[in-house]
Design a protein around this ligand. Structure first.
Ligand SMILES: [Fe+2]
Length: 316
């Protein structure tokens, strides 16, 4: 499972303010069975210099990766050679199979599995490095989907950005650098106003001229501003990927729109847009549960397959 929209990197925007908070968010991601995390700090052209943004992001990412790689405390080992970011049900089955198998390290794998405390202690490690600061326990899974009770996959994190729209961005040559590491997936935040034709043309240029893959951030948040639906419809006729915040499925006000949007056949990606472990936490499992109940397992499977496809192949 992939979280396509997070503010998990510490000290770079209005998301996590320090490494301890990042650890709490990472713990939530792991608890919910997230294998892949797109780190998408806000990027506002003109508000920050480009080099300053990239430097801050690099530093924050290195700190998070160092934390995850602190194997002397975590006690992880390389695990089964399955594809990361896999759908929850598939992953559960894989994990069950892995639990029964003799796991051996392999250089080909990218998923790492954090063993239970008992196993870790037996192996001589110190458990709990990624648990919430202050000795607190991780929250219980919100549904039965998370299978974190036995083994936790340490997620792969890739840098990206949540790029706020700016005029003529279709021509901006900075965009490829703001895409997902190793790919061409761009998370684009559109303005919270009536969309215009020039905005549409910019999105089109990003797609056609720059040949980037565009994921539109939290599409449910723009709808109320679109009195004239012409540009909205035109944008979604383009090959863009709408991203939905899981939290929008948990609020009555936005749930109706999101379910209707899904029923209309839009293929969406889910993100937590997490900023803080208490105030804006990782809530993918709860959001997925609403989709499962209202639209069925098939919708989730389609969403996960699309997520895997983009994570692995966007721009390659
Ligand atoms: Fe965001």
């Amino acid at each position: 499972m992939t979280d396509f929209h997070t503010h998990i990197l510490p000290g770079i925007d209005d998301g996590s303010q320090n490494l301890e908070e990042t650890r709490r968010l990472l713990a939530q991601e792991m608890q919910q069975g997230v294998d892949c995390i797109l780190a998408t700090p806000h990027f506002y052209a003109g508000r920050d210099t480009e080099e300053h943004f990239f430097k801050k992001r690099e530093r924050a990412l290195a700190a998070v990766r160092e934390t995850l790689a602190a194997d002397e405390d975590i006690g992880w080992e390389m695990a089964h050679p399955s594809s990361p970011c896999s759908a929850g049900t598939l992953r559960d089955a894989e994990r069950k199979a892995s639990a029964d198998a003799d796991l051996k390290p392999t250089h080909k794998t990218r998923s790492r599995v954090l063993h239970t405390k008992e196993e870790t202690v037996q192996a001589g490690g110190l458990p709990g490095r990624l648990e919430p600061a202050g000795g607190g326990h991780l929250p219980e899974p919100e549904t039965t989907e998370s299978s974190g009770a036995e083994k936790k996959t340490i997620p792969e994190i890739r840098a990206a950005a949540e790029v706020y729209y700016f005029p003529h961005m279709g021509e901006a040559d900075i965009l490829p650098r703001l895409c997902m590491e190793g790919g061409n997936l761009l998370l684009l935040e559109m303005p919270f106003v009536q969309w215009t034709e020039s905005m549409y043309r910019d999105v089109e240029r990003i797609l056609r001229k720059q040949k980037l893959t565009v994921m539109l951030a939290h599409v449910e948040r723009y709808w109320e501003f679109q009195r004239d639906k012409g540009v909205w419809n035109a944008v979604f006729d383009l090959p863009v990927y709408p991203q939905i915040n899981a939290g929008s499925l948990l609020r009555f006000r936005s749930r109706g729109f999101v379910l209707k949007f899904l029923k209309a056949g839009h293929k969406v990606l889910l993100g937590s847009d997490c900023h803080h472990s208490e105030y804006r936490p990782v809530n993918l499992v709860a959001g997925r549960e609403v989709i499962r109940k209202k639209l069925g397992e098939g919708t989730l499977k389609e969403m996960d397959l699309l997520g895997e496809e983009l994570w692995e192949h966007a721009g390659k």
